[in-house]
Ligand binder design. Structure first.
Ligand code: AMP
Length: 402
């Protein structure tokens, strides 16, 4: 179709807002961009439309609300050809708590339910809500849909999502593991089944989403049965700047013995740990690979810790799955780093994993396919498409499906 219907996707963060206009049928992107460094002197809006890049400087006062108004102006001007094709807006919302196991059309009730999840994700949900309110005001004629990062993992059984804390903390305060990156893991499970030529209910996938944020999920017949992120995105794998799993006693030690304040602990665990903390150099896997090759000890160590922790999770997820159909690498690191894939699966030789070195080198930079040797456990690389999942859910709900 020459001029397909489009869905506008909004992903509002505290210092950035990402947007894209997508054909939900093909996944083709007709516009994409982001507002960066919001609240700072370098704030700007950048976009790509019709194979050309554009930019507009923003002021220090601009926030998600004023950026959304700026988008409306552009849809009335330079992007007007797209405006009448927009059929709905899809919002990425990090936390849906236990209230949302799937995407929903936004109404007053949904807004207050998202509000009630704010205490579970104080850094993320309030900004998403602000973005939704601004989009409702700016595009009143369009149906709007919330797509939750946590929703896909609502199928986890209680023995996987409960912490071994007093049960009343779960009952009274909803403290449990929720998991994130749900749209990505869902896409990976469905796409793996397509690539393997089998129905989704018949495939059991370990999906390793390795980006600046990283999580892994065990997906049985299309349903998430375990995942590495918890109440917050801090738990689990080593990430770019987040620590992943820790001894909780360490937090007491930081506070009691080293006199860290709560704010300092939050900053340490979220922004100064993971690859950047261990290497003392960078959170960028590419930069670390280069530095490790040049003999930088911290870079080598950071990558080793990253791969070892990941391999332990992969081995552990054979337990809920019993029989693993495929291990899939995705996210910026999973899709591109042959080194990380090689080191991680080397730890898994005891489970018979073996990569084909030529395929591992070849399947990068947007390519998709198998990287394991014949007759060894299947390992795939699949570029993730969270945006397409959001667009498809949004179009389906806007057109009256559920
Ligand atoms: P994401 O958050 O999914 O965009 O992923 C960002 C991460 O992917 C960063 O750590 C990048 O260094 C990493 N990455 C991107 N391209 C490559 C590459 N060619 N080799 C290794 N890591 C890469």
């Amino acid at each position: 179709m020459a001029n397909p219907d489009l869905v506008l996707i909004l992903n509002c963060g505290s210092s950035s807002l990402k947007f894209a206009a997508l054909d939900p049928g093909s996944g083709k992107e007709f516009l994409c961009g982001q507002a960066n460094a919001l609240g700072g002197a370098a704030a700007k809006l950048i976009w790509r439309y019709r194979a050309q890049n554009g930019a507009q400087k923003l002021s220090r006062d601009d926030d998600d609300t004023t950026v959304i108004r700026a988008l409306v102006d552009r849809f009335d001007g330079q992007w007007s050809e797209l405006k009448n094709r927009l059929i709905a807006i899809g919002h990425r919302v990090v936390h849906g708590g236990e209230l949302f196991a799937s995407s929903v059309l936004i109404d007053e009730e949904v807004l207050s339910a998202i509000q009630s999840c704010c205490e579970l994700a104080p850094l993320h949900n309030p900004v998403a809500l602000q973005g939704i309110q601004a989009a409702l005001a700016a595009f009143p004629q369009l149906p709007q849909v919330a797509v939750f990062d946590t929703a896909f993992h609502q199928s986890m059984p209680d023995y996987a999502y409960l912490y071994a804390l007093p049960y009343r903390l779960y009952q009274e305060h909803h403290i449990r593991r929720y998991g994130m990156h749900g749209s990505s893991h869902r896409y990976i499970s469905e796409r793996s089944a397509q690539l393997l030529g089998r129905p989704t209910p018949e495939v059991n996938i370990i999906s390793a989403h390795l980006g600046n944020g990283a999580s892994i999920a065990a997906i049985k017949g299309g349903y998430s049965v375990d995942t590495s992120m918890g109440l917050t995105p801090l738990e689990g794998l080593v990430m770019g700047t987040r620590c992943g799993d820790l001894d909780p006693g360490l937090l007491l030690y930081l506070g009691r013995t080293l006199n860290y304040s709560l704010g300092e602990i939050e900053q340490l665990l979220n922004r100064e740990s993971g690859l950047i903390g261990l290497s003392g150099l960078s959170n960028d896997c590419r930069a670390l690979e280069q530095a490790a090759e040049d003999g930088h000890t911290g870079a080598r160590l950071a990558l080793e810790v990253f791969c070892y922790r990941l391999a332990k999770y992969i081995a552990a997820y054979t337990i809920p799955l019993h029989r693993v159909t495929a291990l899939v690498f995705t996210g910026g690191i999973g899709e591109n780093s042959a080194w990380v894939r090689d080191r991680t699966t080397a730890w898994l030789n005891g489970l018979a994993y073996q990569l084909d070195p030529a395929l591992n080198e070849k399947i990068r930079f947007g390519a998709e396919g198998r990287i394991s040797r014949q007759n060894t456990p299947e390992v795939l690389v699949i570029p993730t498409r969270e945006d397409w999942v959001i667009a498809k859910d949004t179009a389906q709900l806007a057109r009256g499906g559920d």
